[in-house]
Ligand binder design. Structure first.
Ligand code: 8OZ
Length: 370
């Protein structure tokens, strides 16, 4: 029996929701957005506190992807959370968001093969499940370049990376975050392990679906042990072709991945439907079957506008909806949606790198009236 057309008791996008241990004022999530503006030592800049603080009326903010160690970096000027200075830098951000009544989790990533030698310490090359170069480019100090040839991780190196994720999760709590989001999407290290296009390993991390979901499972398990399942979420993108991601049969792969995360009691899954930032249906995928494997909060993303998001919540297809570019260009997106107000135009030239322009100068509704 479906009650999807009876809206009397249906939830609204603007209703509060508890995601794991996190009390969110509404169901609009700010999606993670790489901005490449970290300072010396890959410390979030003081401006980052203002940027995220301006967006504190989101029910939940997910930060830009943040490195768990030095080899985890794949783009210029993306922040880390593995040094004391980085933790102190993030503390400014979480204090400002909390002061303005918001909630914020940090997205933890390791880019794996999506990197370039110029971004890594001298003598290091990108690491990956297998030595297969990704067909993708990255922003390095010398410009927009093909990613470097990676080397395959040795079996004995994998536990160190799992530990780095768990330490980053502890650092996140020390920095004042409400939780963490494990970046398992978009062709980065965890996704490279998941998919058979990038994972040709013959040990217990490759081959079968059970083996290819092992690294994600171990990372999540370690983060749960570090900070509690009710403060851990994960982001996946089952059919995105981003960064050369490919799998021969994503439906059973991602169903098993989600089932294993459910067994750990994760607070939420954040799913990018379709091609990240692109068409929502590059290939058929049954997201409802995926959600049926998970008991926590279900956050959907990719090209949702106000009406689509309101319908998804009302009809119970999701617990929350994440918005990327709309939050980038509209710090007060929640108010604008509620009031059916017009949106600011996003400026693509200032998405990555630079300073205040296109970062902390998008007007709020009241500014526009002045
Ligand atoms: C755009 C540019 C650089 C990185 C992702 C973290 O795709 C990213 C990213 C997006 O998840």
């Amino acid at each position: 029996m479906s009650a999807s057309h009876d809206t009397r008791d249906a939830p609204s996008l603007y209703d509060p929701i508890r995601i794991g241990a996190i009390d969110c004022a509404n169901r609009m999530v700010m999606a993670p957005l790489t901005r490449s503006r970290a300072g010396e030592g890959l410390v979030p800049s003081p401006m980052a506190a203002e940027y995220y603080g301006q967006r504190a009326t989101a029910g939940l903010i997910v930060t830009e992807a943040t490195q768990v160690n030095v080899l985890a970096q794949g783009y210029i000027s993306t922040p880390g959370i593995y040094t004391d200075a980085q933790v102190q830098g993030w503390r400014r951000v979480t204090d400002e968001v909390h002061r303005r009544g918001g909630r914020i989790v940090v997205q933890l990533w390791h880019v794996g093969r999506v990197s370039h030698v110029s971004l890594l310490p001298p003598g290091e090359v990108p690491v990956a499940p297998s030595a297969i170069r990704a067909e993708t480019k990255t922003f390095a100090p010398e410009g927009y370049v093909d990613v470097s040839m990676p080397r395959a991780l040795r079996l004995d190196e994998i536990p160190d990376i799992v530990r780095d994720f768990a330490q980053a999760a502890r650092n996140a709590i020390e920095a004042g975050f409400d939780g963490i989001e494990i970046h398992a999407a978009n062709g980065y290290l965890i996704d490279q392990f998941l998919r058979d296009g990038s994972n040709h390993r013959e040990d217990e991390y490759g081959g079968s679906i059970e083996n290819r979901t092992r690294f994600l499972h171990e990372v999540a398990e370690a983060c749960v042990a570090a900070i509690g399942a009710d403060r851990v979420g994960a982001r996946i993108a089952p059919v995105t072709p981003s960064n050369g991601a490919h799998d021969s049969n994503p439906q059973p792969l991602f169903e098993r991945a989600v089932e294993r995360l459910d067994a750990l009691g994760l607070a939420y899954i954040h799913v990018i439907e379709g091609a990240t930032g692109g068409p929502r249906e590059p290939q058929p995928f049954d997201y409802a079957a995926l959600r049926a494997k998970f008991r926590g909060a279900w956050i959907v993303n990719n090209g949702y506008d106000r009406e689509m998001a309101e319908a998804a919540i009302r009809e119970g297809r999701a617990d929350a909806v994440a918005f990327g570019v709309p939050f980038l260009a509209n710090p007060d997106l929640v108010r604008r949606f509620r009031e059916h107000a017009p949106l600011n135009t996003p400026h693509r030239e200032t998405f990555y790198g630079g300073g205040a322009e296109g970062y902390i100068d998008y007007p709020m509704l009241d500014d526009a009236a002045r």
